[in-house]
Design a protein around this ligand. Structure first.
Ligand code: NAD
Ligand code: DAU
Length: 353
């Protein structure tokens, strides 16, 4: 039986956060899990319907940018660990409104660090601040090479600059106040419950509805894709076995050029929708590129594999098939999140292209 813990998970109503909350609720009945989320457009309590009545689950609606609210919450609950996922997460939105990213990703993170520091006042035995970050902080790669934990930070978008800043604050609080921490930098996730502004769920939605597939630039940008449940498993591993003050890169050993990935997606979708093979390729539409678009991301995930024994559990084809099936079976979820404000965002974002 695992020991008791009181864990604050921020951003637990979002895409990755909801998978992390579910894994911890089901696997560790002795842990009290507090999901703190302000429920932006990307946060959705529907994502957690299956576990919302679990006795070890608690939801707190709050904004990490609210300094006093964070201090009060920590004073009341004395969380002994934090797994921090709450963030503004979409690169295109960061280009439109960088300050929103500074507020949540930088100021919000520092508010949590301060509240954690002030709660434990140097008595950090058995405590942990776990910060979830991204491979985008490393900037872009050429045709060869991989991001390693020692790769210099070189962020190119307001989103990645805000995440890089938050990573630096976490390390600085470790050095300055002796706070125990770990940071993980993960590659692109895909899977159930991802908001359909991101490539894979957006294209699933558009293929299904015979809408254009807006491919940025020449489509030859490369990403390293990881199934979200495997990211949640990696977070579980690092939370329990990661070493204080360390960074671990997490990736899928799974690089794809966007256009090649889109072709695989179309193949699986056409098959599942009963369309002739390749029929949806006609939807591919090249559009104006994203400014500052990073050419290639690829992760060397050998440190977490060799030191902590984690590796992905599903192949890309399997993960993609599970993901498509989920979106096809959960039309209501998709319709709910794509109505209203999202439609305005979509029309505005893609009209400019
Ligand atoms: P998401 O956008 O789906 O979810 C973010 C969640 O944070 C939402 O539930 C939202 O309501 C909440 N939130 C936002 N601002 C908040 C605030 N001020 N106070 C409280 N809650 C707030 O994001 P995601 O894709 O699940 O990403 C989660 C984390 O993982 C982020 O830190 C992101 O940088 C990181 N990450 C994401 C990926 C990816 O591919 N999606 C890859 C690597 C790292
Ligand atoms: O690498 C990790 C990062 O992955 C995370 O930190 C971010 O939170 C997450 O959003 C993701 O960032 P990307 O910018 O790589 O993901 P996105 O799904 O927006 O885009 C993936 C690729 O597809 C990228 O090269 C841009 C391209 N793209 C995206 C969209 C939305 C298109 O060609 N057309 C599109 O409409």
């Amino acid at each position: 039986m695992s020991t008791q813990k009181k864990i604050l998970i921020t951003g637990g109503a979002g895409f990755i956060g909801s998978h992390v909350v579910r894994l911890f609720i089901n696997k560790y009945p002795n842990y009290q899990i507090y999901n703190l989320d302000v429920l932006t457009y990307a946060g959705n309590l529907e994502n957690l319907k299956d576990i919302e009545n679990a006795p070890n689950y608690h939801f707190i609606k709050a904004d990490i940018v609210d300094e006093k609210a964070m201090l009060d919450l920590f004073a009341e609950h004395k969380f002994d660990s934090v797994i921090h996922l709450a963030a503004e997460s979409h690169v295109d939105r960061s280009i439109e409104d960088p300050l929103a990213f500074v507020r949540t990703n930088v100021i919000g993170t520092v508010n949590l660090l301060n509240a954690f520091r002030d709660t434990w006042k140097g008595n950090f035995e058995g405590k942990l601040f776990y910060h979830i970050s991204t491979d985008e902080v490393y900037g872009t790669l050429g045709a060869t090479g991989l991001f390693e934990e020692t790769t210099s930070y070189d962020p190119n978008s307001p989103y990645s600059a805000s995440k890089a800043s938050s990573d630096h604050f976490v390390r600085a609080y470790g050095e300055t106040y002796g706070m125990p921490y770990v940071v993980t930098n993960c590659s692109n996730n895909y899977g159930q419950n991802q908001f359909p502004e991101k490539l894979i769920p957006l294209f699933i939605h558009n293929i299904k509805n015979n809408k254009p597939l807006p491919v940025y630039g020449d489509g030859k940008y490369t990403r390293d894709w990881l199934y979200v449940v495997d990211h949640a498993r990696a977070i579980d591993t690092v939370f329990h076995d990661g070493k204080n003050g360390e960074t671990y890169n997490i990736g899928g050993f799974n690089e794809w050029q966007n256009i090649e990935l889109i072709r695989v997606l179309i193949k699986q979708m056409d098959e599942k929708l009963g369309r002739p093979e390749g029929e949806s390729e006609k939807l591919i539409t090249y559009v104006t590129d994203r400014p500052g678009h990073d050419r290639r991301y690829a992760i060397d995930a050998n440190k977490i594999k060799n030191e902590l024994g984690w590796e992905p559990s599903v192949t890309f084809e399997q993960g993609l098939s599970i993901t498509i099936d989920w979106y096809l079976a959960n039309e209501e979820w998709l319709n709910n999140v794509t109505s209203g404000d999202y439609q305005k965002y979509y029309d505005g974002m893609y009209a400019e292209r």
